[in-house]
Design a protein around this ligand. Structure first.
Ligand code: NAP
Length: 436
């Protein structure tokens, strides 16, 4: 049913060789028969042969090697641009990495300008049915600082940064001009976002919607907001992940090498171990949510998250972490109520900031779609399966690899990573019956 929608459609996917893009293309090409999918390449080196084959040998897929920036041409020849314009029905914009360290000035070029240019361009396609923009659930993480709750609810809507009644389309244009001119904006300065990246996505969401509204095409725009993406539960195979795609693998690698007995984190929760949460969502749930909402015609913002039922407490995550650390001397989490920017926190907490918070991301739109689909859900992965004990076992190889990199960057002795981390095999070498 859902897959039938894609039969005969022409899709243009940006970021097709990335973590989400690869999983999304694999899912599409193994489930439906779109007329053509146009994307990028990198798969043979990062995927097992049988998975890569579906992508590299597909007659339905054309790889375009483009570069998104502040023009709509994407470094593609005019002929290709005209062909895209003539033929494409669905645009999925997933090109952009998670860039927590970058300044707003850098993000203006890597997040906001490309999204705006692509939106402008795609909205002119005569056959356009859907435009999908990948944002992040943490585009609204500033709400942690404006709320007193220890579990902040975030709805699938836009939270204006000015007054409740402001025209957030107009304010997006004003702020975008400010960012281009000064590298910041009044609304950004007035809110405590964990990273400029969160605000960049907040502003990009509004700019995309502003353009769509201007052209009377708001109904065609879908904004997907994933939380912290984790390895796949099932598709393309259990444990599928890229080295840098899963943020909590990087967190585990950095904690692994911690030489002391205490890792200092910040939280305002009374019992942080139990109350602070991590919303990690398998990449195949993100992909299926996106593809289903495209097919049923949902517009506006949709969370691709584990949600209240599927998120983890910090204690649950910590138990899984301790099983992976090779020298289990009694390293403990030490909580402080200091600000999330405090220099006294563990360096990884200073980088990720949201460790120690808790967000209850609404997933109302997916609940409604799942109810409507009823028995026609086929093998769709719309919700994270938390029936099994959470484990980092399948990431052992990536954690070890990242720990080695981390040690090198910090000029620590090479034996450090070996001493603290178990050396796992890549998931694809573990056999076909592994469970994520
Ligand atoms: N991973 C997460 O935990 C997470 C969580 C929330 C939201 N998201 C969002 O989901 C989207 C995809 O993330 P991901 O994890 O799949 O990222 P990823 O693995 O880093 O992939 C990014 C893809 O975008 C391409 N790309 C980057 N800059 C480009 C440019 N200027 N022009 C053309 N292509 C470009 C990359 O190609 P090259 O490798 O060739 O540069 C790569 O194919 C992003 O919008 C991200 O913000 C991710």
């Amino acid at each position: 049913m859902v897959w039938d929608y894609y039969d005969g459609k022409v899709l243009f996917v940006t970021g097709g060789s990335g973590f989400i893009g690869t999983a999304l293309l694999w899912r599409l090409l193994s489930q439906s028969s779109p007329e053509r999918v146009k994307a990028e390449e990198k798969w043979s080196s990062m995927l097992p042969a049988s998975t890569a084959k579906i992508l590299t040998e597909s007659q339905l897929l054309t790889v375009l090697d483009g570069e998104l920036g502040d023009t709509a041409t994407m470094d593609l020849p005019e002929e290709t641009l005209q062909m895209l314009k003539r033929t494409v029905h669905i645009v999925i914009h997933a090109a952009c990495s998670v860039q927590l360290q970058n300044s707003l000035r850098e993000l203006a070029y890597s997040v906001m300008a490309p999204s705006l240019c692509l939106t402008n361009y795609a909205l002119k396609f005569p056959n356009l049915e859907r435009f999908v923009f990948f944002s992040t659930a943490y585009a609204n993480a500033h709400l942690w600082q404006t709320s007193n709750s220890s579990d902040v609810r975030v709805d699938e809507s836009i939270y204006p940064l000015g007054t409740e009644s402001e025209d957030y389309y107009q304010s997006a244009l004003d702020s975008w001009r400010e960012v281009q001119k000064t590298g910041s904006s009044d609304e950004y300065d007035a809110h405590d976002f964990p990273w400029p990246y969160a605000y960049a996505k907040h502003l990009a969401e509004r700019l995309v919607l502003q353009k769509a509204s201007e052209r009377g095409k708001l109904d065609k725009v879908l904004i997907i907001r994933p939380s912290v993406i984790g390895p796949a539960d099932k598709h393309p195979y259990p444990g599928y992940a890229t080295l840098k795609g899963t943020p909590s693998t990087a967190v585990a690698a950095a904690y692994m090498l911690h030489p002391g007995r205490r890792i200092t984190l910040s939280s305002r929760c009374e019992k942080p171990g139990q109350e602070a949460t991590i919303d990690e969502v398998p990449v195949d749930v993100v992909v299926d949510r996106a593809l289903v909402h495209v097919a049923v015609g949902t517009s506006g913002c949709v969370h691709a998250v584990s949600g209240e039922q599927g998120r983890l407490s910090v204690d649950e995550w910590w138990r899984a972490f301790k099983k992976e650390r090779r020298i289990p001397w009694n390293v403990k989490l030490a909580w402080t109520s200091e600000d999330w920017h405090s220099p006294n926190l563990h360096q990884i907490a200073r980088r990720f900031k949201i460790i120690g918070t808790s967000f209850a991301f609404s997933e109302e739109k997916t609940v409604q779609v799942a109810e409507k689909l009823g028995g026609r859900k086929e093998d769709l992965m719309l919700f994270a399966d938390r029936s099994l004990l959470y484990s980092l076992h399948l990431r052992r190889h990536h954690i070890h690899h990242m720990a080695v990199q981390h040690a090198k960057t910090n000029k620590w002795p090479a034996f450090y990573a070996k001493m603290f981390c178990r050396k796992g095999k890549p998931v694809t070498h573990l056999g076909s019956n592994v469970k994520a």
